[in-house]
Design a protein around this ligand. Sequence first.
Ligand code: AVJ
Length: 328
Amino acid sequence: MAVERGLRIVQKDADGVDTAFREQVLAGLAQRQKSIPARWFYDDEGSRLFEAITELPEYYPTRAETEILRERGAEFAAEIGPGRVVIEFGSGSSVKTPHLLRAIAPGAYVPIDISGDFLRQSAAVLAGDFPGLPVYPVEADFTKAVELPAQVADMPKLGFFPGSTIGNLVPPSAVDLLRSMRATLGEGAYLLIGMDRLKDEATLLAAYDDAAGVTADFNLNLIDRINRELEGDMPRAAFDHVARWNDSLGRIEMHLMACRDVEFRVAGQRFAMVRGETIHTENSHKYEPRGAAMLLLAGGWTPLESWNDAAGRFNVVLAEASEPRTAP
Ligand code: AVJ
């Protein structure tokens, strides 16, 4: 049985268990450094908690990126020009998109998301706000090349990937994703992508360990989800939320740390952790302009221009699909 939800097409077994979730959790818990991919945060409660995070005083990325999209519209328009079809990757609720669409006079809008219901709902709201703009939602996994609707095949293209979501991926995975986007969009395409910048450690840590404890709830919600969906008995009280700055890799890491020795079962398998041992649940890489440029170039995109918020916390980069390689 296949059901659409979250970040991909969900395969469920006869008991209604998401098989990819079970496989990745069991494999991740069996590693020496236990880890679970960040995509599994986003069940209904996790999505709600993430929305709450974006409103926190400490969580600056959403506000910083929105400031750029709201205030630099005239510059986007000058660089991008009118008539491009905007293809948004992982559109979700598309809250940042209206700022861009208002600024650049696009020819059409194609939101791509794996979650069909959410996609159609937010596409309908957006179409209502932009009468005359053709909107063609595409339900697909954008980590692979996506076939775009025939109506936009011959239009010039602008990919849109806000939210610093690229930062969740380790560099080789980020490069794979950028290359898939290059394959989806083709020759002559532009890409507008948000990337969170390096900054002082205290600001970074506070953004991922807020005083109200919402990010802790977001991280610990993964335990509730495992217990509910995978017949787990992980004691939530045995785990603390931890945010760490990994300086050599330039990333915030989130972990669930055992605050005592603990044993538990998930999907019939036994696991044990000693006090202080962690499950690594998320990376959020931060990029300076040169690092951002290297990543984009490796992924087949040549940077053209970039914009920061006034406080210099966040970067929105415009890049152009690179020509096929001619030099070494
Ligand atoms: C939505 C992936 C960009 O990494 O900042 C927020 C997710 N995790 N607080 C980020 C997140 C903890 C967020 N991204």
